[in-house]
Design a protein around this ligand. Structure first.
Ligand code: SF4
Length: 769
């Protein structure tokens, strides 16, 4: 047998399967194919009774929150049969599967062998059923009791020379109760090292919105979509990533709204939608959603927004008060004059060219905005993962402010969050730079002073581990290695730690690229019945629109060893802090109501938490911008002035964005197909403009290596298949996590430090075996 101890387990997905099949990209999303796909995934993982029970409880007011994205559920009526989308069903199939990984599985499969599987194959192995431990130098995980696991982790934490040598990461699945306890534990232990998946997605939105309007969250409610006159969707693919948003867009459309989509690729869901929950949809009758599709170049959004604003300004100056909401601007905003001065520096034709949009389309778009004032702007990673992401999002706000489109029905900001409770985790204090007020509240309620200096965000945590400054890494959910940039560097960072711990439902690559010792602690998912002292517990989650609601799992857990995340945190905290803790962790182990009682004391907006959490449908958190109140330094919504950056590429360079396939949620790979884009059985593909393929001397189907140089280092992603696609020249797209290896760790957005996964410069060369 090989000496596996000497081999490093794969940090990256293994190379191409080369079974690629292509069809024409689809022009209609959802419909009957989505229903069939949902059924295939759910009933392929569990029996009919369990599958039906799960689906009937999914997103119901007394059921559980979808572990997929953070799109909100309707406040009023919800369908009793199917209040979910295809991807929600896939998320349930993944989590509620009855396949499980027993200690025998880990005995039969070494870490090295498991890492040779691709992410899809790893995920399909099933739920982790028991706490598992990888001792230093071992090749196989072995079972460990919960008590021993907590003791070992506590020993590691307590021997660190500073609490800042530990990193406490959180992914967006974690409910409010566990998130609150986790930050409390980390802070009483002595660190603000609380990076989370937000650092890689909507951090840029939070920073921009906080500065411009005083709250780092969106302002719209779901019901606003039905009242909007214009909805502009930038850098977002709702058909795959937030599919139930399509129903809201369809309703808006039926009420007369104009929908403008801004994206480098035409995404199926935004073109046409066949709602499987309506008779028309069931008959395959589609609704066209997008009225104007602006196929912007990668990072052309800022130029596009400024061009629209400039055209509107010309009209406003021609007939003052007819285009802009001057009363709103005067009463509620600051910085308008400087904004106008700043925008006049630009030439609209040059901006249009930089965006890659024709002047005809620019004028057509400006004409739509000119006449309307109820405007919603939605965006996702297509805006947030650029170097100038914060400025671009502020420019979105500028456009809304010109039209008085924040703080009234049918209008506002809508950053669409990607993971079920990512917004709630931040509200609960999962924040390496928590506001002083939050830290003071913790001190007031618990009587200890949290550390006052900032902790590490994701990128800083990776550097700290790489440099040996952080030695223990604990992850509350997620697949850190696959979610983060610069895979090889991040893998080295994790390998340099003394201990990596993952609280997880399923096996993933981060369990296989470990510190000297490693642990996997199996937890309940959203679907699982979580019993404590004979009573079924519930957790609470906050969706993208600030609604906090109950999520109560009801399926029999696949193993008696699973624990709820709040209980895991409380036990770990007790084992680590012992008598030096001022927190009554034992109380939190009795009932989750006790946790909510204390959240209510520490965080504004959670008054009567236990009572209101039990109201079916939940409650809204306070939201100043929604009411036209701006909690900024000057009490106003602030116009901002920023520059357009023009990235000049050499003739043989291309700009790449990473994206998800339709069979994927974040790093979880449900399957190898991307039905809407017509790609089957393969993920190592690069979408390219046909002209670029020819110009660079390649042909469709060629095998290429993608590479770049950054910071004096070459990064390579091997063996990708070229696919011609509708995408602007010199722009390309590939799936993550396969190409995260090309995203340099120190290429991050200004102010938010979010990795710039949507603007990766690369070159191609022929792949040689
Ligand atoms: S839209 Fe998002 S939250 Fe809703 S069912 Fe689909 S994946 Fe789940």
């Amino acid at each position: 047998m090989d000496n596996q101890q000497d081999k490093k387990p794969n940090a990256e997905n293994p190379e191409s399967l080369l079974n690629l099949k292509l069809t024409k990209p689809k022009i209609v999303a959802a419909g009957i194919p989505a229903v069939l796909s949902s059924a295939k995934h759910v009933f392929g993982e569990m029996d009919l009774a369990r599958g039906m029970k799960a689906l009937l409880a999914l997103n119901q007011k007394d059921g559980f929150d979808c572990p997929g994205c953070a799109w909100p559920d309707p406040d009023g009526h919800r369908s009793k049969i199917a209040e979910y989308c295809e991807n929600g069903a896939k998320a349930i199939a993944e989590e509620a599967t009855t396949k499980k990984l027993t200690p025998q599985f880990f005995k039969d499969n070494s870490v090295y062998e498991l890492a040779r599987l691709n992410d899809y194959e790893i995920g399909k192995k099933g739920r982790v059923a028991q706490p598992m431990y990888l001792p230093e130098g071992a090749t196989h995980y072995q079972p460990i009791s919960w008590d021993d696991a907590f003791t070992r982790i506590a020993v590691h934490l307590n021997k660190l020379s500073s609490p800042d040598e530990a990193v406490f990461y959180t992914s967006g699945r974690t409910g409010n109760e566990a998130a609150f306890l986790y930050q409390l534990f980390a802070r009483e232990y002595g660190t603000n090292n609380l990076p989370d998946c937000s650092n890689m997605c909507h951090e840029s939105s939070g920073v921009a919105l906080n500065e411009s309007v005083g709250l780092g969250k969106g302002s719209v409610k779901l019901e606003d979509f039905a009242k909007a006159e214009v909805i502009i969707i930038l850098g977002q693919n709702p058909g795959t990533n937030h599919p139930r948003m399509l129903s809201a867009l369809q309703e808006a459309k039926e009420n007369g709204a104009t929908i403008i989509s801004v994206n480098p690729l035409p995404e199926t869901g935004l073109i046409g939608f066949s709602n499987p929950q309506t008779v028309k949809g069931a008959l395959g009758i589609k609704a066209r959603l997008t009225d104007i599709f602006l196929q912007v170049k990668l990072n052309g959004d800022m130029a596009l927004l400024k061009a629209i604003e400039l055209l509107l300004l010309e009209e406003e100056e021609r007939a003052p008060g007819t285009v802009f909401d001057q009363e709103f601007i005067k009463e509620r905003t600051a910085g308008y004059e400087e904004f106008v001065k700043g925008i006049k520096r630009y030439n609209v034709e040059e901006l249009a060219a930089a965006a890659g949009i024709s002047m005809d389309q620019m004028r057509q778009t400006a004409e739509v905005f000119k006449k309307k004032s109820k405007i919603i702007a939605c965006w996702a990673m297509g805006l947030t993962q650029h170097k100038n992401a914060v400025d671009t999002i502020k420019e979105v706000v500028n456009l809304l402010l010109l039209k008085g489109s924040i703080g009234k029905p049918g209008a506002g900001t809508c950053p669409v969050r990607g993971h079920s409770n990512v917004q709630g985790d931040r509200t609960m204090g999962i924040n390496e730079k928590a506001p002083q007020k939050f830290l003071d509240n913790i001190e007031r309620v618990y009587g200890f002073r949290p550390p006052q200096h900032h902790g590490y965000d994701v990128v800083e945590a990776i550097h700290a581990m790489h440099e040996g400054k952080a030695k223990v890494f604990i992850a509350m959910g997620g697949n850190f290695l696959s979610a983060t940039p610069d895979t090889v560097y991040t893998a080295e960072a994790l390998r340099r730690t003394d201990l990596t711990v993952h609280v997880s439902t399923k096996l993933n690559r981060s369990h296989l690229v470990t510190g000297k010792e490693a642990m996997i602690l199996p937890c309940c998912g959203h679907t699982d019945l979580d019993m404590m002292n004979g009573e079924a517990q519930f957790i609470t989650c906050e969706n993208s629109m600030g609604v906090v609601q109950m999520s109560k799992g009801s399926l029999k857990p696949i193993s008696e060893y699973l624990l709820g995340e709040p209980l895991i945190v409380a036990k770990l905290a007790k084992a680590t802090l012992g008598d030096r803790s001022k927190v009554n962790w034992d109380l939190y182990m009795q009932h989750y109501d006790y946790i909510r009682n204390d959240i209510e004391l520490a965080i504004p907006g959670f008054e009567d938490y236990n009572k209101r959490a039990r109201i079916l449908g939940g409650f809204y958190l306070p939201n100043g911008p929604r009411e036209g109140k701006f909690n900024t330094f000057n009490g106003k919504a602030n116009f901002t002035t920023s520059d357009v950056t023009f990235t000049k590429l050499a003739p043989d360079e291309l700009m790449m964005q990473t994206l998800r396939s339709h069979d994927q949620f974040n790093t979880t790979i449900y399957g190898l197909n991307d039905r809407y884009r017509g790609v089957f059985n393969e993920r190592r593909v690069i979408f390219m403009n046909e002209k670029d393929i020819t110009r660079l001397g390649f042909a469709a189907g060629d095998l290429v290596d993608l590479y770049n140089y950054h910071g004096g280092k070459e990064r390579v992603a091997h063996k990708f298949i070229i696919i011609p696609f509708s995408i602007p020249e010199q722009c390309t797209a590939t799936y993550f996590p396969e190409t995260n290896v090309l995203v340099p760790i120190d290429s991050t957005a200004d102010k938010s430090n979010t990795p710039t996964s949507k603007m990766v410069i690369l070159k191609l060369r022929k792949h040689v075996e």
